[in-house]
Design a protein around this ligand. Sequence first.
Ligand code: NAI
Length: 779
Amino acid sequence: MTIKEIFETMDYGPAPESAADALAWLVDMGDRFGHFINGEFTAPGDGFDSKNPATGEVLATLSQATQGDVDAAVTAARKAQGPWAALGGAGRARYIYAIARLMQKHARLFAVLETMDNGKPIREARDIDIPLAQRHFYYHAGMAQLQDSELQGREALGVCGQIIPWNFPLLMLAWKVAPAIAMGNTVVLKPAEYTSLTALLFADICRQAGLPKGVVNIVTGDGAVGEMIVNADVDKIAFTGSTEVGKRIRAATAGSGKALTLELGGKSPYIVFDDADLDSAVEGLVDAIWFNQGQVCCAGSRLLVQETIAEKFHARLRARMDKLRIGNPLDKCIDVGAVVDPVQHARISELVGACTEGDIHQAAIEMPASGCFYPPTLIEGLTPSDPLMQEEIFGPVLVSTTFRTHAEAIELANNTRYGLAATLWTENVNLALEVAPKLVAGVVWVNATNLFDAAAGFGGVRESGFGREGGWAGLMAYTKPAGKVAKLAPIAAFEGSSSEMPDAIDRTAKMYVGGKQARPDSGYSKPVYGPKGKLLGHVGIGSRKDVRNAVEAAAGAKAWSKTTGHLRAQILYYIAENLSARADEFAARIDAMTGKKGGKAEVEASLDRLFSAAAWADKFDGSAAGVPMRAVALAMHEPVGSIGVLCPDEAPLLGLISAMAPAIAMGNRVVLAASEAFPLVATDLYQVLETSDLPAGVVNILTGPHADLGDTMAKHLNLDAVWSFSGADLSAKLEAASAGNLKRTWVNNGTAFDWSKDQSRRFLEAATEVKTIWVPYGE
Ligand code: NAI
């Protein structure tokens, strides 16, 4: 055969990778695995088989962890955590580096084992999963080294429960374990039941690296074991998996004080504009949806192609699909391997089988005679509301539709409950940089797709979850502000019976919604008394309808998010100026309400917080990560959106300003529920806001019972976050109610916040989402 003929037929012979070493390792380990607890493998217990999905062959038997196993793992992790943290960042860096080196030395064993266990092509396991997992440990060895100097004031959370899926078994382990142990936490990790083998090999590596006992513990089993970890005495849960289970975990951990990060599903758009390099975009699409058989949370599973080039693009795509090679995943020439398990195969078949609209094209390729294989599939001509356009299929199935204008492309792209990733292809740099910020997603790839690196944050918005993994942002999720927290002492409003008018002329404090004073929808008000029972005024009893009006007003003030940090700083300074002009009046109001003499200092501190927020408004910037490829990953700070805040009683003005100022500095709009015990200082504030050039709807102030207002806020689909510093501990209720749309929450869990200290940075972080935008860069 001539070379020309070979290129024409592209007929490759098989190039299988040997399974011998991986099989030998399994035999060495006894083919039956217990758990890895306190630095040792436990005796195997009752369990289940782990199979190779390409052949159906049983690879090993795994143990289903019992409650006793999970408890033992958590106890070991708890005991190890103090000494591990006390080693210091530099001490831990040595161990993490040793793990990275050992993973590198055993790279091929990891790759082959991963391929056999998961069904992914060896080419991917060898060239992507395993090197990226190593890179994560190298990178975080560095982060541990830098922790003491660069992350002063933050410390480890404690014991982290980590639950991972089956699509990137070792890589997801690396994303979870490396940052956790780098920051001084210890972990109890559960791999997915279909794919636990590389996690057990990793446990072996930890042993070889001499990692102190109990720092990494691995328990195997199904969702029931996951639930045990969620309910265990751990300080954080990090989960990657389906949105459905993510919501269950949110509800289960509500009010527990456990930190939570969720990396969930997606239906990520893949946008091809008419000026794109079409061949590259087709190749990108192969990576977007046929990489790992489409079992990728950020898979570009929704193709949006400009109408003028749609026919040409689809034709090239179909031609490319028909050249994909599917088969033995251990064969180095294979493009598409096996789906992880017959259960997943059945789920994909069922979803595609239910498709009644659209044209289905399945790659005209030779399928393996047996094994868990699903052909690359393209479905064209679906309407945007079709279930297949909205639901995550998690298989090698691409759905496609067309758009006419750029605006329509953006609208279609964002027409989803998810917000994990998005890809766009155009040769026009202006268009790319105009569209990228408008896509509602945690990650955007420009003229590339499915790029990952330890230095670049990864994670979603909306129902794709919250928290970031990777980069500096990822470390926030494994650390907390250092120091002890005090219990919050509830403050009750003063009682009184006096009906004496507070002023010569009655002035009933109104709420402030959409830039206007607003009466409560309920038509009810309640008196506010001073410490000696003197009537100070009345405030409206806000209810559900008032929250809705305020959220609507906040939504209407969207333009605020597009203003510059410089402009927002000017307005914050102006608010400070106007508050300062009335400082005595506000101080007197605080003193009259609280019966203390702290008003003057509180106003002074509030002015200071306004100045801090103004200072940060044009400085709390993103960064650019130097990733090891021909690209740069921009970590852009975006506002969260509309934030509901239940303001504290301990510092009725300072607490409100401390939350409001950084939130609006970052371009958010806020709905503030005034302190329940001392609301009048918040209602006075509207006069300051009104005279400070703040656009209507950016700040809305309600009064009324926090329990009712908070509940409506937590359930409202158009509020993006809820923060509660309420005197009544509503944390459990708010977090449970927020599970519906996975709203971001920041609640006090009955602990006090030190309002006397400027902690603007914490608010700025809670007020921003990191969007990672990957753009081609350099040679
Ligand atoms: P899953 O979300 O049930 O499993 C992920 C992990 O969570 C596994 O380790 C599992 O054992 C554990 N788990 C299950 N139920 C749990 C519970 N109640 N509490 C704690 N842990 C629990 O995903 P599954 O069933 O394997 O796949 C179903 C669908 O989920 C897929 O078809 C796909 O659409 C989606 N999925 C998305 C992933 C992503 O990365 N976004 C990863 C895996 C699945």
